[in-house]
Design a protein around this ligand. Structure first.
Ligand SMILES: Nc1ncnc2c1ncn2[C@@H]1O[C@H](COP(=O)(O)OP(=O)(O)O)[C@@H](O)[C@H]1O
Ligand SMILES: [Mg+2]
Length: 326
């Protein structure tokens, strides 16, 4: 095995241009994901999770660009590659699953064709081999009676089954990295748990490195190896999952966790983060969470929050909660 992590993102900065001005959307985000490991990227809507994923996937929308930073996949600096080379590499190495499986599926094609389309292109499979591969993938993601369902269309599947099909599409070329951006948000609670269980099984069985994006910390408490909490385009806390869940140190992380009744402490409830995250065009100076923070002091509003802790649990805050000492 190589010593390189499958995914290494270093000081990623994504900027947007609007009305002749360039402004940051994602700033100084760094993380690594090893084979078989799951990193949970968490934060409220609008904090830059999807655009971080889009940068990793080479799918930033028009008007946004990677201004600086490095992205390495299996040690290879992908930003140094020609666009066509990166596209080819990414097609094979990185699979992606999104919130709405219907957006990833073509309503007018039977599912077996969609599941193996990319693999056919990549590996030149003939029709029988392709059907066989589609069956194998659909069975792997737990579609019941898959052999009878190869010729069905997306509308004939439930939401949860469609998401399983979308995961099969993502796995078709045997990627080593899977980016899952809110893949369960549109589903009911039981189906959410099933899809999360499936992703967890796949990463263990296949050694996938998974970037799992969610606004719901409670969803990932059981499966995450690392947690990265973003607020307003910046990392506020980054930690080994067991340390994080034993005692998150950033007031924002605590407030997010307040959504989990078991872990909520009387002094920090979700009500402590009333209000909305700021607009990227209008970020406050100092700590961007300061206007909503229950522990705010004057300095928070004027100085950038300093890093506190080490790589096992790092927090960017003037007044973090004490470490739990595990
Ligand atoms: N195409 C775009 N152009 C300019 N700003 C955008 C674009 N897409 C998203 N944004 C802004 O970037 C910020 C982060 O968005 P996003 O990564 O989608 O957040 P999240 O996935 O955490 O909800 C938001 O404030 C959003 O309004
Ligand atoms: Mg998003």
């Amino acid at each position: 095995m190589s010593a390189d992590p499958l995914v290494a993102v270093e000081s990623l900065r994504v900027t947007a241009r609007r009305a002749g001005r360039t402004y940051p959307i994602v700033e100084d985000v760094s993380f690594q994901i090893e084979a078989g490991s799951l990193l949970a990227l968490v934060g409220e809507s609008g904090c830059g999770k999807s655009l971080t994923a889009a940068a990793l996937l080479g799918l930033l929308p028009w008007g946004l660009a990677i201004a600086s930073g490095r992205i390495r996949l299996e040690g290879q600096d992908v930003l140094a590659l020609a666009p066509a080379q990166w596209r080819r590499l990414r097609g094979r190495q990185v699979g992606a699953v999104f919130q709405n499986p219907l957006a990833a599926l073509n309503p007018s094609l039977p599912i077996w064709k969609q599941v193996v389309e990319s693999a056919q292109l990549a590996f030149g499979l003939d029709r029988p081999a392709a059907r066989h591969r589609a069956l194998e993938l659909l069975e792997r993601v737990g579609v019941p009676d898959a052999a009878q369902r190869l010729d069905d269309y997306p509308h004939q599947f439930s939401g949860g089954m469609r998401q399983r099909v979308a995961i099969a599409v993502a796995l078709a070329c045997n990627p080593r990295v899977l980016v899952a951006d809110e893949p369960t948000t549109a589903l009911d609670l039981i189906t959410q748990a099933e899809i999360l269980g499936l992703l967890n099984r796949l990463r263990l069985e296949q050694g996938l490195a998974v970037l799992f994006i969610t606004h719901d910390l409670s969803l990932v408490a059981e499966y995450a190896d690392q947690v990265l909490v973003m607020y307003a385009g910046r990392v506020v806390e980054q930690a080994e999952a067991r340390r994080f869940f034993a005692g998150p140190r950033h007031p924002y992380s605590r407030a997010l966790l307040g959504a989990i009744p078991r872990l909520a402490t009387p002094e920090v409830r979700l009500t402590d983060i009333e209000g909305l995250p700021p607009n990227p065009l209008d970020y406050p100076s100092g700590c961007r969470f300061a206007p909503r923070c229950p522990r705010v002091i004057d300095r928070c509003r004027s100085e950038d929050p300093p890093p506190v802790g080490d790589e096992r649990q790092r927090v960017f805050c003037q007044r973090p909660w004490a470490a739990e000492g595990i």
